[in-house]
Ligand binder design. Structure first.
Ligand SMILES: Cc1cc2nc3c(=O)[nH]c(=O)nc-3n(C[C@H](O)[C@H](O)[C@H](O)COP(=O)(O)O)c2cc1C
Length: 203
């Protein structure tokens, strides 16, 4: 099959996000200017470079009550955030933290998670997370949109500190079987890494 109009795929649901999968989940902690904590997952997320280490994620659209997502507002005001990585065991807490609640609600508390002080940013990371990337905000790229009510944003951040739970390190490497990162698939589906194999470069 082929289609080029996103409304004319003739399938049960739009397959775009199922095709671009699995996607890692940036579980972003941020803080407003009053110190109120915020936490939300974003699967339009990935690493973009190693030198320096940079990541992007996309807080798109307005909140259901209008206005930008709290995460974007906080990051633009404070210039800092943390990308916590999520594993299989934290899947329900991650999902709870995606609830559309007001900016006054601390989703750490909502999801029963522990804020742990970071080293190079004021925003705490999730103590229970297998790993966390402390980030300084670099820029927001406002992307085109075909929905006048919704904005598309690409937030870029530089990683300025990395926390790793020692329990997922084995022989000096990240043990994927212990890490079990949660991945977003299409629809309401998720996956985790249960099958790891090696392919060596030709040269
Ligand atoms: C697994 C998962 C992935 C998500 N990915 C995105 C995303 O990439 N971009 C986005 O704008 N919202 C995404 N959401 C929805 C946000 O998490 C949700 O809108 C959240 O309430 C935003 O919170 P905030 O207003 O505190 O920033 C995702 C939700 C889940 C559960």
């Amino acid at each position: 099959m082929f289609y080029d109009d996103p409304k004319k795929h003739n399938l049960k649901h739009n397959p775009f996000k199922a095709l671009v999968s699995p996607r890692p989940i940036a579980w972003v902690s941020s803080m407003d200017t009053e110190g109120v904590l915020n936490l939300a997952p974003f699967s339009f997320f990935n690493a973009v470079s190693e030198r320096p280490q940079m990541i992007f994620f996309a807080p798109n659209g307005p909140r259901p009550t209008g206005g930008e997502k709290d995460t974007l507002v906080n990051i633009e005001q404070t210039g800092e955030f943390v990308v916590n990585l999520c594993n299989y065991d934290l899947r329900d807490a991650m999902n709870e933290s995606s609830a559309h609640v007001g900016p006054e609600v601390d989703e750490f508390a909502l999801a029963g998670l522990t804020p742990e002080p970071s080293v190079n940013v004021k925003v705490p990371y999730i103590k229970e997370a297998p790993a966390a990337l402390e980030c300084k905000f670099l820029m927001n790229v406002t992307l085109p949109t075909n929905n006048p009510k919704s904005k598309n944003n690409m937030v870029l951040g530089e990683v300025v500190g990395i926390h790793i739970d020692d329990a997922i390190i084995d022989g000096g490497m990240i043990d994927m079987a212990k890490y079990r990162p949660l991945a977003r698939l299409g629809y309401m589906d998720y996956g985790t890494t249960d099958n790891v194999f090696e392919i060596l470069r030709p040269d």
